[in-house]
Write a protein that binds this ligand. Structure first.
Ligand SMILES: [Zn+2]
Length: 244
């Protein structure tokens, strides 16, 4: 199986833009060992916390205050049943459907950020019908200059898979033993996926050690090509084969 990094299509002719955020966000950790911790990338737009008793902790202004590690862990324990199985729930995780404004014309895919892909509802249905696994999304709650907004879904991606240690930079640091934070940069030119950590139940996913990096397998890429879906591009990644 071949794997590809998912990238924005820099040559897109579509002008669409979304300006919006999820209503809830997991606060950062005030770690007494490494100083602090907040991440980017992890996002579960299908989650609904409107009945979650501790939701104020995840809303502004409270979510701008770092939690102690103990309070963070107890919040995660309460959230766990409401989130997809196996979600790391790192600080900075966005929860709930994106609320905001959209403008311009959209293609099949749109990247609100390199780590925040959206897909047109019709394209999502086509990909699911083609048998692409692990794809789900939530419609944005988007204003569109007083008209019905385009049917765009924010994708919800599993977190799975890591880089093989042979592609770690020389100054690679192990995660903080207390809170799990690391400050390594993604080695974009030398990245090699560790095959034995890659998921078999999802054709599109985020890397566990770099949650801003989205990876597709060749099933996903082939489906996108066969359906002629635009506004997305792919760069093949090297893979370190499974041992034995
Ligand atoms: Zn720490």
């Amino acid at each position: 199986m071949r794997f590809f990094e998912v990238l924005e299509d820099e040559d897109t002719r579509h002008t669409g833009r979304i300006d919006g955020v999820s209503p809830w966000c997991i606060p950062s950790i005030d770690c007494d060992l490494c100083g602090g911790y907040g991440g980017l990338g992890e996002s579960y737009p299908t989650v609904d916390l409107s009945r979650f008793a501790q939701r104020a902790l995840l809303e502004e202004p409270l979510n701008l205050q770092a939690l102690s590690l103990e309070n963070y862990l107890s919040l995660c324990q309460a959230l766990r049943p409401l989130l997809p199985q196996g979600a790391p729930m790192e600080p900075g995780t966005q929860l709930g459907p994106v609320v905001g404004k959209a403008k311009g014309r959209f293609g099949n895919f749109y990247f609100q950020a390199p780590w925040a892909p959206w897909v047109r509802a019709s394209a999502l249905e086509q990909l699911q019908a083609a048998g692409v696994k692990g794809l789900r999304g939530a419609p944005g709650k988007l204003g569109y200059r007083g008209q019905p907004a385009p049917p765009l879904h924010c994708l919800e991606l599993h977190v799975s898979g890591v880089l093989h240690p042979t592609s770690h930079a020389a100054d690679w640091q192990e995660p903080c033993p207390r809170c799990g934070s690391h400050r390594n940069g993604y080695p974009s030119e030398s990245a090699i996926l560790d095959e034995q950590t890659l998921p078999e139940d999802a054709d599109l996913f985020r890397l566990s050690d770099f949650k801003t990096v989205i990876v597709a397998n060749e099933r996903f890429v082939t489906a996108v090509e066969q359906l002629r879906l635009g506004d997305i591009s792919f760069r093949e990644l090297r893979v370190h084969p499974r041992q034995g």
